[in-house]
Design a protein around this ligand. Structure first.
Ligand code: SAH
Length: 400
């Protein structure tokens, strides 16, 4: 879909990251990049966007500045979207240049923006190490929604998901997750507008737990964008230790579980992590999950023709969800080249939905948005299309 040759900035060396069992980045080389004419430059300035307000206060204090400047800085960046120290007019000139010498404000770089016929807009973003991710704006669903990535690629390898084909390249940092919101807010002129966030872009959020939760805390901070966690939905295949940890968080997003199957065998095949954390254990964890009054866990169910779309599947699904405050979201497969499954007919989807609804479970069918620009669920992919020639890229696009 895009080529390295179009790079706007100098390609930067890839950051070497070591992931632990939970997928958290444990060890990173200092970020280094090449500056034409200056040779190799090591970038030691801390990135302000990676910091929660208390961390920023501490950083300022250790630099010999008053703590209250941290709040001003945080507001400039997160509330007003200003990322140039020079424009922060309520900070003294000396302080501004001092800050600029020791801190930086990292933002993903917008490479391309594509708008679908239904208004869905896909943003291709380049991170500091040259990796590419996608974020999507989905208008009026009924609220405006930002769909964010949490990893470059994904390790989960669900059989019907294009992102899974990329494999995992690395986790995003908290700042890179927050940065996606800032780019979308800026590009869509939405600083004063409300929006929802769904963590349904590239990656498995619970495979990058610490960065995701930190990003949600930064986004929720009342001195910044003040995104209420009730407007955030975290979608997961069910990485059980992380799900148990999420259950204890003071800041709790809405939960969506990518279920997709009604038997262990079926789920082992479609969602490989099921072989480690099975369906039964996952549903038990959901039963224990603290769900607020009047709220429910969403169970996402990708519908695959002749695989998991029978009447019996629908009845089994309802039985599995008994005792859970649940609603079901059916996702008729977004077909793509390289995915061997097919989308069931609308009649089949409707019949399935009817069976679920008749048994008292709320069910909705996800209207697929942005399919003409490959912005729909499971269609976000940047790595494997990157090296293709323009002709190959066009061919890939036309297969959608
Ligand atoms: N990793 C997380 C979030 C990313 S995907 C998760 O799995 O929940 C968001 C949703 O889109 C998931 O339910 C995912 O299974 C679904 N999805 C993936 N590929 C799809 C496809 N080709 N068609 C429809 N939905 C898909």
């Amino acid at each position: 879909m895009l080529s390295r040759g179009n790079a706007i900035a100098q390609p930067r060396p890839r950051r070497k990251a070591v992931l632990d069992a939970q997928g958290t980045i444990k060890d990173c080389e200092p970020e280094t990049w090449l500056t034409p004419g200056a040779g190799m430059l090591t970038q030691y300035r801390h990135d302000l966007v990676e910091m929660e307000l208390p961390e920023l206060e501490q950083a300022l204090e250790s630099m010999g500045h008053a703590r209250f400047h941290a709040r001003q800085l945080f507001q400039w960046v997160h509330k007003r979207g200003v990322i140039d120290f020079g424009e922060m007019t309520d900070l003294g000139r000396d302080l501004r240049s001092n800050l600029a010498a020791s801190l930086r404000i990292g933002m993903p770089e917008l490479v391309r923006k594509e708008t679908s016929s239904d208004g869905t807009t896909k943003f291709l973003l380049r991170l500091e190490d040259g990796q590419l991710i996608e974020s999507v704006f989905i208008p009026d669903t009924p609220a405006n929604t930002f769909c964010l990535s949490t990893q470059v690629g994904c390790a989960m390898k669900c059989g019907f998901c294009l992102t899974g084909k990329m494999g995992i390249i690395r986790n995003l940092t908290a700042g890179e997750i927050v940065g996606q919101v800032h780019v979308l807010v800026r590009e869509l002129h939405m600083l004063q507008s409300r929006f929802n966030i769904v963590l349904m872009g590239m990656g498995e959020p619970l495979h990058n737990y610490d960065a995701v939760m930190k990003a949600l805390r930064i986004l929720a901070d009342e001195h910044g964008l003040a995104v209420n966690p009730r407007r955030v939905t975290l979608s997961t295949v069910g990485v059980l230790p992380a799900l148990e940890r999420l259950a204890t968080e003071p800041l709790m997003p809405n939960l969506a579980i990518s279920l997709h199957a009604t038997t262990e065998d079926q789920r082992d095949m479609l969602v490989p992590i099921n072989r480690k954390y099975g369906l039964k254990e996952l549903l038990d964890a959901c039963r224990r999950f603290p769900v607020k009054r009047r709220e429910r866990i969403t169970f996402e169910y990708v519908m695959l023709k002749d695989v998991n779309d029978t009447d019996e599947d629908a009845r089994r699904l309802v039985r599995l969800l008994s005792g859970i405050k649940a609603k079901v979201n059916l996702l008729p497969l977004n077909e793509a080249a390289g995915i061997r499954y097919e989308r069931p007919s609308d009649a089949r989807v409707n019949r399935f939905a009817q069976i679920v609804a008749e048994r008292g479970v709320t069910v909705s069918v996800r209207k697929s948005r942005g399919r003409d620009i490959r912005a729909a669920c499971g269609q976000l992919i940047t790595e494997s299309t990157r090296q293709k020639s323009p002709g190959q890229r066009l061919a890939t696009l036309m297969q959608v």
